[in-house]
Design a binder for this molecule. Structure first.
Ligand code: UT7
Length: 322
């Protein structure tokens, strides 16, 4: 009997406060038209001072638990993907476990920057397939607004805050068909966020804000995502036409459009949340997936391709029969 990791619930949380391009253009030298034309972003959500990765993760997780109609106590494993953990330790996974009041489960974080949700999904799938876990909660939660330099127009216009969650449970059919994850540390300096408290003498003057050579990252992202589409289709012996939905990482509408073109998909089949959310890093794929499940675009039985690319570089995909 085969075991699959089937999605039984989804959830999302976006902070109340919305920051528009026009508002940003009052503080740095940019404009709504530049941001929208180059990225596809119009506005993003910004957490208030009382919010944290774990508080947003809790809100998204509770929605997923409600949707799945399960008792939180039946969750065996919690995996949180975040680049903005509340604390260095305990992990945000453990903080979430405490918030959800779950006594008997394992919890940890994964750090794969914007690809974090796909890495978490890969791990969840292995645990469920092998029988090591029956029910796994994965969450991507990010407070990007706290690690962007609000005086740097090349990065501050791109990011937003939020959390997305997926609950997966063992099933005999359907669910995750395959996952593919990759890393290449060679490109670490094109996109990174320093950690000043543990800096060495060489980088002790760096501030703790995101640094990105956007144009270089853009080129590698387009090529790499093209390759992972091929890898995923080949691994599943699938034709392009069999994919119903693309749920991409939301970094730039031009990167998303290039992947859709590669898949010969119309943009109607692509879930895009970028315009109102910006890049929420590891939360973005999960937030987009949740949005399209809740508005009934993604239907049970359909084939969905999830993909992401981020700092590291890291990249990955997941093919799911929802
Ligand atoms: O999620 C993780 C992975 N991250 C990504 O995938 C991000 C990938 N990169 C991108 O999405 C794009 O490279 C950006 C949106 C970041 C930048 O777009 P671009 O078309 O690559 O612009 P650029 O960096 O080549 O800059 C073009 C010009 C520059 O001016 P000059 O040198 O041509 O005079 C920049 O200084 O645009 C300028 N610029 C801006 N102008 C107005 C950069 N940021 C801004 C801004 N407003 N916010």
């Amino acid at each position: 009997m085969s075991r699959y990791a089937r999605i039984i619930g989804t959830g999302g949380y976006l902070p109340e406060k919305i920051l528009t391009n026009d508002e940003i253009s009052q503080t740095v030298d940019t404009s709504d038209s530049w941001i929208f034309e180059r990225t596809g972003i119009k506005s993003r959500h910004i957490a208030n001072e009382n919010e944290s990765a774990s508080s947003m993760a809790e809100a998204a997780a509770r929605q997923a638990i409600d949707a799945a109609q399960i008792d939180a106590e039946s969750i065996d494993l919690i995996i949180v993907a975040t680049g903005t953990p509340d604390r260095v330790y305990p992990s945000t996974g453990c903080l979430l476990q405490q918030r959800l009041g779950i006594k008997n489960c394992v919890a940890f974080d994964v750090q794969a920057a914007c690809s974090g949700s796909i890495f978490a999904l890969n791990i969840a799938d292995q645990y469920i397939k092998s029988g090591a876990a029956n029910t796994v909660l994965i969450v991507g939660a990010e407070l990007c607004s706290r690690i962007v330099d609000w005086t740097d127009r090349s990065t501050c216009v791109l990011f937003g805050d939020g959390a997305g969650a997926l609950l997966l449970s063992a099933a005999e059919e359907g669910g995750v068909l395959s996952t593919h994850i990759h890393s290449d540390g060679e490109f670490g300096n094109l996109l990174y966020c320093p950690n000043p408290q543990v800096a060495t003498a060489d980088n002790k003057d760096e501030s703790g804000y995101i640094k990105m050579q956007g144009n270089e990252v853009f080129k590698v992202a387009v090529n790499t995502l093209g390759r992972i589409v091929d890898e995923t289709l080949e691994a599943n012996n699938l034709d392009l036409s069999e994919i119903d939905w693309l749920v991409p990482h939301q970094a730039n509408i031009r990167i998303i459009a290039a992947t859709a073109k590669k898949l010969k998909m119309s943009m109607e089949q692509v879930v895009v949340t970028l315009e109102t959310q910006g890049n929420t890093s590891s939360a973005s794929v999960l937030l987009a997936f949740n949005a399209a499940v809740r508005d009934n675009r993604i239907q049970r039985g359909q084939i969905v391709l999830l993909e992401a690319f981020g700092a590291g570089f890291t990249w990955g995909s997941a093919l799911i029969r929802y």
